[in-house]
Design a protein around this ligand. Structure first.
Ligand SMILES: [Ca+2]
Length: 295
């Protein structure tokens, strides 16, 4: 639009300093300014260069710069106003997506015994350096402590299914229940419907091993024939006869497995497994179900 005055090479250094000042101000405010506006201002100031043809325009330069700064600041405040919630007048709290509270539990001491055995499982997730974390809504509590447990194996080989909700997570003898080989399940009855936020489980952690076909489901139907929601499934090849899962097999540790239940509603929690990398048996030390009861 300013082709008749275009004379970039002869722009006085003073113009560049003004442009630089505006750009620096723009950068300091950390806002995406209207680039087209700045370019337009640049061209206008180039055109304003004292080449003789447009010397008289020089007198308008301070006005143009002042107007440019005013427009820039308006844009900055407008963007800030939008970011802070617009006409709601409510500033978005930093980290609003992390609202709630961190889920807490206790961890048993490390007790690794025996000879390590090879773990031939694809995409195996190793032992984490730190415990897993999950943020849950305020008011989330442990719902499963002391609650009744049933199982696909009526007569466990070692221990009793009541060990699964007794609160003890130690690794040693006397703390775990051993179920038959093959695909087996245990099921916790929360005794009322709940908004379930997390299931934290410990199969067996005195030896590095991975359990096969770990599947966790929630339902209001104690027979798990209807209204079933799967919240975790690491049966990567579908060998358990249910759908293939997207979760990855993991190495057992004292940190257990933390499953995000994302507010799934139900009264019963059922957990499947199908042997492990050391033997064909199924073991549980503890399962904790966290949520808000009565929803
Ligand atoms: Ca236990």
């Amino acid at each position: 639009m300013n082709t008749q005055f275009s004379n970039h090479d002869e722009s006085p250094a003073g113009d560049d300093r003004w442009i630089d000042a505006i750009v620096r101000e723009h950068a300091r405010l950390g806002t995406r300014a209207d680039e087209a506006f700045l370019q337009g201002l640049d061209r206008a100031l180039d055109a304003d260069a004292p080449t003789g043809k447009n010397l008289s325009l020089l007198r308008f330069r301070p006005v143009a710069i002042a107007a440019g700064v005013a427009l820039l600041l308006t844009a900055v405040f407008w963007k800030g106003w939008e970011r802070d919630g617009g006409n709601q007048g409510v500033a978005a709290a930093p980290g609003a997506l992390d609202a709630g509270t961190e889920l807490l539990t206790s961890f048993p001491p490390e007790l690794i015994e025996g000879t390590p055995k090879p773990m031939k499982v694809p995409k195996l997730v190793g032992v984490p350096k730190d415990p897993p974390t999950l943020r849950v809504p305020e008011g989330t509590t442990l719902l499963s402590k002391g609650k009744p447990v049933t199982s696909s194996d009526d007569y466990p080989i070692i221990g009793d299914v009541s060990l699964i909700t007794d609160g003890d997570k130690d690794a040693g003898e006397g703390y775990y229940v051993e179920l038959l080989d093959g695909l087996q399940w245990v099921q916790i009855d929360l005794e009322q419907r709940a908004d379930i936020r997390a299931v934290w489980l410990w199969h067996f952690h005195s030896q590095r091993r991975a359990y096969h076909d770990v599947i966790v489901q929630v339902s209001d139907d104690p027979s798990f024939k209807s209204g079933v929601t799967t919240i975790y499934n690491n049966d990567y090849d579908g060998s358990a006869g249910m759908e293939k899962g997207e979760d990855h097999p993991y190495v057992e540790s004292r940190f257990g497995l933390l499953v995000n239940a994302k507010g799934t509603k139900g009264r019963y929690v059922r957990l499947y497994s199908n042997g492990n990398t050391s033997n064909d048996m199924n073991h549980y030390i503890e399962v904790e179900v966290f949520g808000v009861a009565g929803n």
